[in-house]
Design a protein around this ligand. Structure first.
Ligand SMILES: [Zn+2]
Length: 253
C-alpha cells in the first residue's frame, strides 16, 4: 500500500491540458496508491482561493483517496494568512503546499508572513511541503531555513534536493528534527544515501503524478523498491511515515 505525498490534480498548466481526474484515479488503482496528497498547479500563479476550492471539491468526491493541500500567495500578507485559516478550517485540507520557484518569491522576502503561515499550519498540526532543488527561489538551503524559523512546523522538502542538492537535503534533514524528505526525484542510490544520512523515518514517497507523464509513478515506485533498503524501511517510506505526518491515526480520512 502506498500514500503518494506529492501529486498535482488540476485542469491545465500554462495552456496545456492535464491528466483527467478519472485517469489519475485509474493510475492510483493500478499501482496500489491508496491515498494521494493533491496540489494545484494553476493556483501557484493565480487565484489561490478558487483553486483551493476546486481541490476541495475533487476531494469531496473521493474523500478516502484524495487529500487536498492548500496553497496561498505569501506576497499578499495577512490576506494569505486568512485564506490559509479559511482552508484549514475545512477538515478535508490536511496540508499546505508552496512552490516558491513558480510563485517567484524568495522566502526571506516574505519572512514575516511566512512565519505566520507556518505557525498557522503548526497550530492545525498539518505538514507544509515545498518544492525544492531549483535556484533562485527554491534551493534546498532556502527551504531548510524555514524549518529553523518555526521549529513547531513540519517542513517537507518536496524533491529531497532534486538533483543538485541531494547531499545537502540528506544532511539538513538529518540535522533538523522538523525537516522531512519527499522522494519525488531521487534515484535508488540517492534514496539509500538519504536514508543513511537523514534516517528512514524522515522519508515519504512522492511521484508528481498529474504533472508530467504517468510513467513517473511506476518509475518512482521502482526507485524506492530498488534502493536496497530493508522491506520494513520501504513500507515506512511508502506508507506509515505518511500516516504519521498526516496524523491519520488520530484524524482518519
Ligand atoms: Zn510537484
Amino acid at each position: 500500500m502506498i500514500i503518494d505525498f506529492h501529486t498535482h490534480l488540476d485542469e491545465s498548466w500554462i495552456g496545456n491540458k492535464l491528466m483527467p481526474e478519472q485517469t489519475f484515479l485509474d493510475l492510483m488503482n493500478r499501482y496500489e496508491v491508496e491515498v494521494a496528497c493533491i496540489f494545484t498547479l494553476e493556483g501557484f500563479y493565480g487565484n489561490c482561493s478558487m483553486h483551493n476550492d476546486n481541490l476541495a471539491e475533487r476531494a469531496r468526491r473521493n474523500p478516502q483517496r484524495l487529500v487536498p493541500f492548500a496553497t496561498v500567495n505569501p506576497k499578499l500578507g495577512d490576506q494569505a494568512v486568512n485564506e490559509l485559516e479559511r482552508c484549514l478550517a475545512n477538515p478535508l485540507f490536511r496540508g499546505v503546499k508552496f512552490h516558491t520557484w513558480l510563485q517567484a518569491i524568495a522566502p526571506s522576502m516574505v519572512k514575516e508572513t511566512m512565519i505566520k503561515l507556518l505557525k498557522c499550519a503548526a497550530k492545525h498540526n498539518v505538514p507544509v511541503i515545498f518544492h525544492d532543488g531549483t535556484p533562485p527561489y527554491a534551493t534546498t538551503f532556502q527551504i531548510a531555513a524555514l524549518a529553523r524559523w518555526v521549529p513547531a512546523a513540519k517542513i517537507i522538502l518536496g524533491h529531497s534536493g532534486l538533483s543538485d542538492y541531494i547531499v545537502a537535503a540528506g544532511q539538513l534533514a538529518g540535522e533538523l528534527d522538523n525537516l522531512y524528505l519527499c522522494l519525488t526525484g531521487p534515484k535508488s542510490g540517492e534514496i539509500k544515501f538519504l536514508a543513511d544520512t537523514a534516517g528512514v523515518d524522515k522519508m515519504v514517497f512522492g511521484s508528481d503524478l498529474g504533472f508530467s507523464d504517468w510513467r513517473m509513478l511506476p518509475e518512482c515506485i521502482d526507485y524506492v523498491l530498488q534502493s536496497g533498503l530493508h522491506p520494513q524501511s520501504i513500507s515506512k517510506i511508502f506508507y506509515s511515515n505518511a500516516v504519521d505526518l498526516l496524523d491519520l491515526k488520530r484524524r482518519p480520512l
